[in-house]
Design a protein around this ligand. Structure first.
Ligand code: ADP
Ligand code: ZN
Length: 733
């Protein structure tokens, strides 16, 4: 994407009586005209409260009014809020993202004002009470005496009452009488890093060269640098140096991580390096915390933010550096609402702000590699693992020759390897990217497969929780006692393994091993994750069974063996990106092995040992793999060499969905080398009760597809019975 903002930012301010355009965080295409109220002086970016219908809403001054609404029809701005204005770069980002993703401007603004109550006055600082010398006039009671005893140190009133076993009125009475002193405890600003540690590890010469490159970029305006290096090469240490440099300049820093909830180890590491924690931003934060964090960022008090993709839209007044770690990760793609890729939009944000961005990965996306080759991005490379640890040996186990007995999934060579590493007192990991007990439940009598009633998906058995579950919509049911199709009793059988079932096999084969499962649904949050990682580090676990959550970033020094139970799993499905995605995931998993003194070993169980992904993993020749991938995509005119936009038509009534999809196909643009494929059933043809059809628009890289799409939808006209989602640069195709 290239920056090309339509933001009109007039230098002047707006006087009472003038028309201003106010953008509201609602899914509306444009701004609305209002009149500047008496005594107000507004400028672009100001947060205001305006009437809308019978209520009031908060919005942002977007520029001069359009003048299309006559004065007498315009309503007045009620109030200008006491907040720093939304910075120009944030406003340009809203314009840019809306234009690029063909989304309503207001829907993008809503991502900026991510917290419903973000604009409310900041929550008051907490108050605590501590015992003071009681005034002579105080009438002492047993209850009062207990409170004063408990109030040796400052405590919140509720806590004090609880400790003393009295009602809140007793505490209040004492405070009113002057026997308790009221103290305001100012909240600490999260991520302020007002006092941070300057020194990191002494760097190897490769690392030092990479860090110097990144440091130099900090005074060079906009740039994109790919920081590439095998897992364990020290990419994190190196970009920490760039963070330190930006901190020295007093700028704000944003680090985007995939799935922030799983990054406890990263946070601990950041705190060790800098002596203070960053501000965390992700969807699991409570409302109060989000509000105060949002404000701390807006007011420039927070220096370092680490977050999932939505952190990109915080209102940074002084952003100086962006890091996107694991830039190839698919979780940067937001698939709901405004559909965008956070890595790509982060590059846009950097360009709009004239600042450097670093994309870090051991297995960069083909998109990023292509940008490096074309000279649009720079690249620094860390070829070696830190401390001389060798890369693990990778080998395939040909399952056509080593197929395990029925209802088991571990081949003899893998079992032998696990036994060896356990005997040597080392840790092993078995990777299977499937949550639950079994991915499919089937009636032995009639072959019925238990399916989600709302999605094109099988119900996954979670035996531990005693239920069947849809992994797409969350639908839950119990196993029916009788088959609804053939009425056979107790006829359901589990098919295929999930991690829970694998754990049973492991328990039978390695009865003495201490085994744990790590999957997103077995971890109840960051705390549970941190606890599990700590037990792994303390050697309280011999064998870890995990889904893709184990693949990411964790560093376990004693882990020497990684067994990939089903290396072919990601290749099915016919998606053009499947090979790239599988290669990246398995590299990442393999990278968990042998990260310290002992050499690691990775065994891939596969029925397709000659597949290009397996061959590349074994030979370690990533370049060759990517070259072949790039050739395939270039010939097919697919991303990153061609432009692709997916249109997904969805609705509860399949006939209506089909009708609109067909109509779209008939109205499709045909000129300028544009090709429209479909409609075809979308990858999940039924999702949450909505039927989905997909059309794909293919065009050359230079085509301005957004204009084409807008015209196309314009010819169709507004639709009420179906929804049409536009996915520019779809991740799967
Ligand atoms: P990557 O991000 O490339 O996977 P890390 O930055 O996580 O690599 O480094 C791997 C391990 O090596 C980490 O435990 C890290 O602290 C350590 N490490 C990397 N570079 C150094 C260094 N220069 N001095 C000491 N330890 C280092
Ligand atoms: Zn479902």
């Amino acid at each position: 994407p290239t920056a090309n903002s339509q933001a009109q930012i007039p230098p002047a301010s707006f006087q009472p009586g003038e028309a201003v355009a106010i953008l509201l965080p609602l899914p509306l295409a444009g701004s609305y005209d209002y009149t500047v109220g008496p005594g107000q002086r507004l400028a672009a970016g100001d947060f205001v409260r305006v009437p809308l219908g019978g209520r009031t809403v908060c919005g942002v001054v977007w520029g001069a009014g359009s003048g299309l609404v006559p004065v007498e029809k315009r309503r007045a701005v009620e109030e200008c809020l006491d907040l720093p204005p939304l910075p120009e770069e944030s406003r340009k980002l809203v314009d840019w993202v809306a234009a690029y993703t063909v989304s309503p401007l207001g829907a993008v603004l809503r991502m900026v004002m991510s917290v419903p109550a973000a604009l409310d006055p900041p929550p008051a600082d907490p108050v605590a009470y501590v015992a003071a010398p009681p005034p002579a006039s105080l009438k002492m009671t047993e209850a009062r005496r207990r409170v004063l005893e408990a109030a040796g140190q400052p405590l919140p009133a509720a806590e004090l009452a609880r400790l003393a076993g009295v009602g809140a009125s007793v505490v209040k009475g004492l405070a009113d009488a002057g026997a308790l002193t009221r103290l305001v405890m100012p909240r600490r600003t999260p991520g302020a890093l007002s006092d941070w540690r300057r020194e990191g590890f002494p760097l190897s010469s490769d690392q030092a060269a990479a860090a110097a490159h990144l440091r130099a970029k900090l005074s060079g305006g906009f740039s994109v640098t790919l920081l590439e290096g095998v897992t364990g090469s020290g990419k994190t240490e190196v970009y920490f140096e760039a963070v330190a440099a930006a901190l020295e300049q007093g700028r704000q820093i944003l680090v985007l991580l995939p799935e922030i909830a799983l990054s406890a180890q990263w946070l601990a590491r950041f705190e060790r390096r800098f002596g203070a924690p960053p501000l965390e931003w992700h969807s699991e934060l409570g409302q109060a915390q989000r509000r105060s964090s949002w404000r701390a960022v807006a007011e420039g008090r927070t220096r370092v933010v680490v977050g999932a993709r939505s952190a990109l839209f915080l209102p940074y007044p002084d952003l100086g550096l962006i890091i996107v770690d694991e830039e190839h990760d698919s979780s940067f793609k937001q698939e709901e609402g405004v559909i965008y890729h956070a890595r790509d939009m982060a590059v846009v944000r950097a360009r709009l702000g004239g600042l450097p961005i670093v994309l870090a990965s051991a297995t960069p996306s083909l998109e990023t590699q292509t940008n490096v080759e074309a000279g649009r991005y720079e690249r620094v490379h860390l070829p070696l693992r830190h401390g001389g640890a060798d890369m693990p040996d990778l080998a395939v186990i040909d399952m056509r020759r080593h197929a395990p007995p029925r209802q088991t999934w571990l081949s003899a060579p893998l079992v032998a390897a696990v036994e060896e590493s356990l005997a040597a007192g080392e840790q092993a990991m078995l990777f299977l990217n499937r949550r639950g007990y079994a991915p499919l439940t089937l009636c032995r009598g009639c072959g019925l497969r238990l399916q989600c009633p709302h999605c094109t998906a099988w119900l996954v058995e979670h035996r531990h929780a005693g239920r069947l579950q849809c992994h797409h919509c969350g639908y839950i049911s119990s196993k029916p006692p009788v088959c609804p199709q053939c009425q056979a009793e107790d006829s359901f059988a589990a098919c295929g393994p999930g991690v829970e079932r694998l754990a049973e096999e492991v328990a039978a084969k390695f009865p003495d091993a201490r085994v744990r499962i790590m999957a997103s649904d077995t971890l109840s949050g960051p705390r549970a994750t941190a606890e599990l990682i700590a037990s792994m580090e303390r050697r309280e676990i011999d064998l870890l069974i995990g889904t893709q959550v184990v693949a990411k970033g964790h560093h376990f020094p004693l882990l020497t063996l990684v067994g990939v139970v089903d290396a072919d799993l990601g290749l099915a499905g016919g998606d053009l990106r499947a090979a790239e995605r599988t290669f990246q995931l398995l590299c990442q998993v393999a990278g968990r092995a042998g990260r310290a003194a002992r050499k690691g070993r990775v065994l891939l169980q596969t029925y397709q040992p000659d597949d290009k992904v397996m061959r590349a993993l074994v030979s370690g020749d990533a370049e060759e793999f990517y070259r072949a991938e790039a050739d395939d995509r270039r010939i097919a005119g697919m991303p990153p060499f061609g432009k692709l936009v997916a249109l997904i038509v969805s609705g509860p009534d399949p006939d209506q969905v089909d009708r609109v999809a067909q109509q779209l196909a008939r109205l499709a643009p045909r000129d300028g080398g544009i090709e429209v494929l479909g409609p075809a059933p979308a990858p999940l043809a039924l999702l949450r009760g909505r039927h989905r059809r997909r059309l794909l628009l293919k065009a050359s890289r230079s085509t301005k597809v957004q204009g084409v799409i807008r015209q196309w939808l314009g010819r169709l006209g507004p639709q009420s019975a179906v929804r049409i989602q536009i996915d520019v640069d779809p991740y799967s195709f």
